[in-house]
Write a protein that binds this ligand. Structure first.
Ligand code: F6R
Length: 614
């Protein structure tokens, strides 16, 4: 939520920052702004809306300068307009600051600063930071970095900030707490700062991920220095980026979302590569190896997550309970942390998160850690906050997910949870050898089966054409297909703005059935398995009320085909692996409907990808 990027070095800062903002736009697109230091003056350029608006505006102006900061905003405090856009600046215009996060005590600080004569121009919480730093600098003869440190000691909340100062033309000062910040180290004392590594990767692979409560000073003459808020100096830990530039491009696809849907045969394969071998009959998750026995003996496994990741956890609950017979509870991270949950040392709490930065998920983990539970993580973004605070964990290796609507991250999360369920079940002895081998072989075959589903894209597009003008939609599934129904509904509503709900198929008759008429498309996951006959009955109930049925069925199905208005066939697989296949046509349906409705598929309204506010 909100993307920040900054540059200091010998090159022109503006093109580097502008390109970086485009890469970070998935984090928010309510407004964008840049501040550049040129000829001993801070010049600020800000525009409501997308980075392209800012570009159109700034391209007509002088954008010279070798030092600058940029921001793309997801509005929290104050409307998305030019004035509330970052960078915010001091009353004398000498300091400029960008911020990702929320300053919780901004109201108190603002009143104090107003009493001391400071004028506020925006409605944001961020503006207090720049006036606070300015106030400290004016009253004490200290460095910019020390003023930032003292100011941050007065602040409660979350922040990643970068400060640029006219009086310090050779340096930028940055800091983080609960919002991510990466420092890229280029050649010749050239530095990049960003919310994630995507704006940095084409210039350098050497990065330092700042830890909470650390302040980084990047100086053209003196290099990188890191101090803790407590004033203790830290040694920078330099890491090599594994990210590749091609992963950040659309690669010929019209949208990132479509590219990411089509990447799933590869991303699922990358996720289990080296972690399973059906022929030799083993599965291993190196990252959590030392915690396998702890998981098996756990009183409960509690999974915390938000949104799509929460749906992946729901699938995980079915798998781990069914195969490994361990008690699993799935919690919305935001609810978990506020209801004084009962957690103890025998619980294992697993956070599942694509970004690894979701504020509620992070806070839930911190709470669980505080109460003595073992905390594990399943994340996609390497080096993310969740991956760093957990005792251990597994990366999903899905590659960067840029489309705001999550697709390949979901199937990768489900893959990891499947591997985990299989590993625990095998070690605990709750799965027969033959079943274990069957599921392993079926899992290895999933990437090819996803490829096959993608070949039906034209047919899926035709179905999308029929339902693109719907006002509402229902999604039904049973067992582990119920979270798939939830995920299908979320995908449709978030990118096409059609109201959609997911239900366990049998729950329909307890209320939602009242909504069904000839206008209502009902998507049903009706693949072969234990509850097939029951789902067929639910389809009959919808048909009797003239609802339109779009069914996801197993290849060769006869019974549902006769009832449904449309069927999409998916290859046969073990029942536990159906979510990995059934999700894909639902992603495609949502994608095509959104495109047909002229919606911004990659950047749906009001959303941002990495939700770093609570
Ligand atoms: C939906 C979507 C969101 C995220 C949620 C959690 O398509 O992307 O619902 O799943 O914000 O994000 P992560 O997984 O980064 O914690």
């Amino acid at each position: 939520m909100c993307g920040i990027v900054a540059y200091i070095g010998k090159k022109q800062a503006y093109p580097i920052i502008l390109k970086g903002l485009k890469r970070l736009e998935y984090r928010g697109y309510d407004s964008a702004g840049i501040a550049l230091l040129n000829n001993n003056k801070v010049n600020i350029y800000k525009k409501q809306g997308k980075v392209s608006n800012l570009e159109e505006y700034a391209n007509t102006l002088d954008t010279s300068g070798n030092i600058g900061i940029g921001h793309t905003r997801w509005a929290t405090h104050g409307l998305p307009n030019d004035i509330n856009s970052h960078p915010h600046f001091s009353n004398d215009g000498k300091l400029a600051l960008i911020h990702n996060g929320i300053i919780e005590n901004y109201d108190v600080l603002k009143k104090e600063l107003i009493n001391r004569g400071y004028k506020f121009v925006s409605e944001t919480d961020t503006e207090v930071l720049v006036h606070l730093i300015d106030d400290i600098l004016k009253n004490e003869r200290i460095s910019l970095a020390e003023a930032v440190r003292l100011a941050l000691n007065e602040v409660t909340g979350a922040y990643a900030i970068v400060v640029l100062s006219q009086d310090n033309p050779d340096q930028l000062v940055a800091a983080r707490k609960s919002s991510p910040l990466v420092v890229g180290i280029g050649s010749d004392n050239e530095f990049f700062l960003a919310s994630d590594a995507t704006p940095i990767v084409e210039y350098t692979k050497q990065v330092v991920y700042l830890n909470d409560e650390e302040i980084a000073v990047v100086d053209i003459n003196e290099g990188l220095k890191i101090v803790h808020l407590s004033n203790q100096e830290k040694t920078p830990y330099i890491q090599e980026l594994e990210l590749h530039l091609e992963a950040l491009e659309k690669g010929g696809f019209e949208h990132f979302m479509l590219k990411e849907i089509y990447e799933q045969p590869r991303s699922i394969h990358d996720c289990f590569r080296g972690r399973l071998n059906a022929e030799e009959g083993w599965v291993a998750l190196g990252g959590i190896k030392d915690y396998e026995q702890k998981l098996i003996n756990a009183n409960r496994i509690i999974m915390v997550a938000c949104g799509t990741s929460w749906h992946a956890c729901q699938v995980g609950e079915y798998l781990i309970e069914d195969l490994a017979r361990i008690n699993v509870e799935v919690e919305y991270a935001s609810e978990f942390r506020y209801r004084n949950p009962i957690i103890n040392e025998n619980d294992v709490v697993i956070a599942v998160s694509q970004s690894g930065e979701t504020a509620d998920t992070l806070a839930a983990l911190e709470l669980a850690k505080h109460k003595g539970a073992t905390i594990l993580g399943i994340c996609n973004v390497v080096g993310s906050s969740i991956s760093r605070i957990t005792d251990a964990g597994s990366y999903t290796h899905a590659g960067p997910e840029i489309g705001v609507a999550s697709t390949k991250a979901f199937t990768a999360q489900v893959t990891i949870l499947t591997l985990m369920a299989l590993k625990l079940a095998h070690k605990k002895g709750t799965i027969s050898e033959s079943r274990f081998h069957t599921i392993l072989s079926d899992l290895e075959a999933i990437p090819d089966k996803v490829k096959k589903i993608l070949e039906s894209d034209d047919k899926i597009k035709e179905i999308a054409e029929v339902y693109k003008d719907s006002q509402n939609a229902l999604y039904l599934g049973r067992g582990s297909s119920f979270p798939v129904a939830l995920e299908g509904a979320l995908k449709l509503k978030e990118i096409s703005y059609i109201h959609a709900e997911g239900y366990p198929a049998a729950e329909m008759k307890h209320g939602p059935i009242a909504l069904i008429d000839e206008e209502m498309p009902v998507f049903v996951i009706a693949t072969k398995g234990n509850s097939y006959e029951k789902v067929v009955s639910n389809i009959q109930e919808v048909k009797a009320r003239k609802g339109k049925i779009i069914a996801i069925v197993t290849e060769g199905d006869v019974q549902v085909k006769e009832l449904a208005d449309h069927v999409i066939e998916i290859p046969d697989t073990d029942e536990n692996l159906v979510p990995l296949l059934a999700t894909v046509p639902l992603q495609l349906i949502s994608y095509h409907i959104a495109v047909m409705r002229d919606c911004n598929v990659d950047q749906p309204r009001n959303l941002a990808k990495s939700v770093t506010v609570e």
